[in-house]
Design a protein around this ligand. Structure first.
Ligand code: PLP
Ligand code: COI
Length: 359
């Protein structure tokens, strides 16, 4: 099922960024956005692409008071075959629906969701940047907007998609990042919303993130919310460790985001013959491995972060430098393979890369 999307083009297109080396992340937006509204009786209504601009919202709207909001993040690439391509976009639509289920927000037909993203990207294709390492970041989101202050699952919602040409998420680019393991605040607990991509998870993470930033770290690595002992994930990425030649990554126990880059990296690593253990990994085990030299590499995986090598881990005032603060061999190989598939530079044996249109 696809929607009949009405397109109204802007009369005042903006100039595209001239200097693609300083795009950063999420600072510039394209000319158009997708919008449609939901009400319980009629379902999704009025699907349309319109000039990007403010969305008038009633001050009693649920999203302002009770955090009824979920989102996704995926990228469009200007591939070397002359096409604009997406990376596993069906996975994002599926995850949006899983998040919607958790937050009692309306779901979207998968085929229709994918078609919306493709139509918007096609219209905005000239905004997909050209430089190596750049892409068009696509941010679909759904929020509840009942004009009602009672705490209740919503009867009204909005689905919107905006796009932003981006470069590297971290200012370090592919250089290793410094990560602080957080021992006070927690991000999520099992049974909570950790596995959903909802705005509230990020709001709860800001205080620790700010403290870490003030100390010179890029992001926080969360521990589990109950025992405060097991590694979970970083603010905007999943984590993986190479210990004694094996890959260890936290299992999807419900409190971490099931990352699409994580899933893809696990498949690639297994194809390359690595043993991948998805299990609980305690901070003690990690630091024992760091101390005895068996922790060979650590990296984060994420759409925005791609493969981000971790050069330093800090916990309760102790610092551990990993891989001599350099990018590890396997992190580099994963980065090259994943981005190679995304930019169409290496053969996509898995069919992960989806053509949207000619560039
Ligand atoms: N964990 C968190 C908290 C994130 O925000 C993200 C980014 O989306 C990820 C993990 C990685 O997920 P994905 O690889 O699907 O982008
Ligand atoms: C992503 O990688 O798409 C994210 O959502 C991370 C983030 C900027 C919150």
């Amino acid at each position: 099922m696809k929607f009949d999307i009405k397109i109204t083009k802007t009369q005042t297109p903006k100039a595209k960024p001239q200097d693609e080396t300083s795009l950063g992340f999420g600072k510039i937006f394209t000319d158009h956005m997708f919008l449609m509204e939901y009400d319980k009786k009629n379902g999704w209504q009025n699907p349309r692409i319109v000039p990007l601009g403010p969305i008038p919202t009633h001050p009693a709207s649920t999203v302002f008071h009770y955090g009824a909001e979920i989102f996704e993040g995926l990228k469009a690439y200007r591939a070397v075959d002359g096409n604009i391509r997406l990376f596993r976009p069906q996975e994002n639509v599926k995850r949006l629906n899983q998040s919607a289920e958790r937050l009692c927000l309306p779901q979207i037909d998968e085929e229709a969701g994918l078609d919306i993203i493709e139509k918007l990207v096609e219209l905005e294709k000239d905004w997909v940047p050209h430089n190596d390492g750049t892409s068009l970041y696509i941010r679909p989101f759904v929020y509840g907007n009942d004009e009602f202050l009672g705490v209740h699952a919503v009867d009204h919602a909005v689905f919107a998609v905006i796009c932003s040409p981006v470069g590297a998420y971290y200012k370090e680019g592919l250089k290793p990042v410094k990560i602080m393991i957080e021992s006070d605040d927690v991000r999520a607990v099992r049974g909570g919303t950790g596995y959903a991509k909802c705005g509230g998870n990020y709001a709860a993470s800001l205080r620790a993130g700010e403290r870490a930033e003030q100390k010179g770290f890029s992001q926080v690595l969360w521990l589990d919310g109950v025992e405060r002992k097991y590694i979970e994930e970083v603010g905007a990425m999943n984590v993986m460790f190479k210990i004694n030649g094996k890959i260890v990554t936290p299992a999807l126990t419900g409190s971490i985001l099931p990352g699409i880059t994580r899933k893809s990296a696990i498949e690639l690593l297994k194809d390359w013959g690595y043993e991948v253990e998805e299990r609980l990994i305690s901070v003690d085990e990690l630091f024992e491995a760091a101390a005895n030299g068996s922790l060979e590499e650590a990296w984060g995986t994420g759409t925005a972060a791609v493969i981000s090598p971790i050069g330093q881990l800090s916990y309760q005032g102790k610092d551990y430098t990993l891989c001599g603060g350099q990018i590890g061999e396997l992190s580099q190989k994963l980065y090259d393979q994943l981005t190679g598939i995304q930019w169409g530079k290496v053969e996509d044996k898995k069919g992960w890369s989806v053509k949207v249109c000619n560039a």
